[in-house]
Design a protein around this ligand. Structure first.
Ligand SMILES: [Ca+2]
Ligand SMILES: [Ca+2]
Ligand SMILES: [Ca+2]
Length: 185
């Protein structure tokens, strides 16, 4: 049941304050650094630029980014590697949008990357394994693919949870088991 992952999304990812760039309506369009809203998700993962993110496309870019970021080659990402990978994309996004690095938003986004690492490192050992990354990735993809057709695009109805950013959910540990069912594809 893909929708069983939504409570995890709400509790885990959305308990984090919304990225500063997503708070105002007149912001630059989303870019590579992504975010949890669908437009940002698509911008960050639509590698062929057709406005949709298929599961294969998504998994391929996630995998490439993960292993490209693994600077010490141990098969997992420590916090520095994880944050550096995000920063690469954030820098690219800023360059694409002609914005100047080092503004308040940039700092907030970087701070969020550290916060996210603490969330996705579910085993709390300071190391994000590929298995942990896949759990997060599956939850994220399925949270956006609300019509469950294996593609995230404009046709997916907006998730109900998207409007509940201020709601702190319970600890989502119980949902991680069900999330593992989603990883194999
Ligand atoms: Ca695409
Ligand atoms: Ca590593
Ligand atoms: Ca879909």
């Amino acid at each position: 049941m893909r929708h069983s992952l939504l409570p995890f999304l709400a509790a885990g990812l959305m308990a984090v304050p919304v990225m500063a760039q997503e708070q105002a309506g007149n912001d630059p369009k989303p870019g590579l650094a992504g975010g949890h809203r669908k437009a940002a998700f698509i911008a960050a993962h639509d590698t062929d630029g057709d406005g949709a993110v298929g599961l294969d496309e998504y998994n391929a870019i996630r995998k490439k980014r993960f292993f490209d970021a693994d600077a010490d080659g141990d098969g997992a990402l420590n916090e520095a590697e994880y944050v550096a990978e995000f920063q690469l994309r954030l820098d690219q996004q800023y360059a694409d949008q002609g914005r100047t690095q080092g503004d308040e938003r940039y700092a907030a986004s970087m701070k969020q990357a550290h916060v996210r690492f603490a969330i996705v490192d579910r085993s709390r050992d300071g190391s994000l394994s590929w298995a942990e990354q896949q759990l997060v990735a599956a939850s994220s993809f399925n949270g956006h693919d609300t019509d469950e057709n294996g593609v995230v695009d404009a046709a997916d109805p907006k998730p109900v949870r998207e409007d509940q950013d201020d709601q702190d959910g319970p600890d989502a540990t119980a949902d991680t088991a069900s999330a593992s069912d989603e990883v194999s594809n």
